[in-house]
Design a protein around this ligand. Sequence first.
Ligand code: UT7
Length: 318
Amino acid sequence: MRFARILGTGSYLPERVLTNADLEQLVDTSDAWIRERTGIEKRHLVSEGETCCDLAEQAAWRALAAAKLDPTQLDLILVATTTPDQFFPSTACLLQQRLDVHGCPAFDLQAVCAGFVYALDIADKYIRTGAARYVLVVGAETISRLVDWTDRTTCVLFGDGAGAVVLGASDTPGILSAHLHADGGYASLLQVPGGHGNGQPQRAFIEMRGNEVFRFAVTTLGRIVDEALDYNGLTKDDIDWLIPHQANIRIIQATARKLDLPMERVIVTVAEHGNTSSASIPLALDQAIRDGRIQRGETLLMEAFGGGFAWGAVLARY
Ligand code: UT7
């Protein structure tokens, strides 16, 4: 059997930091409310002129170095992003040029907060079928540029960043399975309505019915955890680490409870960078691999939920 194995990870957060205290100066909010309702303490934001590809590039080089792989060995470059530098070329093509690689396929994938797990599934399928040996998967966002900084219900939640994973073909697992879902029937609960396609580019700000999204996320993530475990004939006890999308500490705690996992076995970074959309899982994964918590051979459950709605889970052996 041929599997897709994680060879190396990398991540990058822009230097500029916005604390909850800073937000108190912008909108009618408080550090206490933000911490209690979301778990967020600060977020990193891009500076003027800094782009999604800038963040992606930093994370990509770090992942390539960790994997000890030269970029010319890549067979596929995938960038999960909701905030590409340009309409086109794709951020993946811009990144390919930065890495000085020429010829391999490169494309973006847009599944908002679920983008990274969607991209992992594609990478896994390329590798399993023999279409690729080495794949670079990046989740990168400058989501702060879609934030209405006068809307206290959303502006406290989001931050920018990038995370990357290099996957390689291996005889041993590897990604065990991926479980992706979407339901466009819920589009209006979490959206950026503006776009050139509908002739309303000026409405390019996040709109969210937070409470409804919250409830749907908790139930759906609980269900997908069961789906991933059942598919692999595993039980909750087999999971060593939960690496969730970092939207809200209360959503993360609910999924951990569902798995009977103590919070020490959950990688939590939401306090440090808020919701970085498709970048949040690879940022958390990289942090926990680099600080030595995640060890080779351990079983990881990654899961995400977001706009679309689109959601998914990936079960992997590190
Ligand atoms: O990654 C994509 C998926 N997105 C998510 O998973 C986000 C899901 N939703 C959430 O995380 C939470 O719903 C929020 C953090 C967005 C909101 O927390 P909540 O506990 O659901 O609060 P709420 O929306 O029910 O609002 C409670 C109160 C309201 O005031 P009233 O109507 O009770 O007087 C809000 O106006 O809190 C108020 N509020 C705020 N107060 C201070 C809303 N935002 C703020 C704020 N500061 N920033």
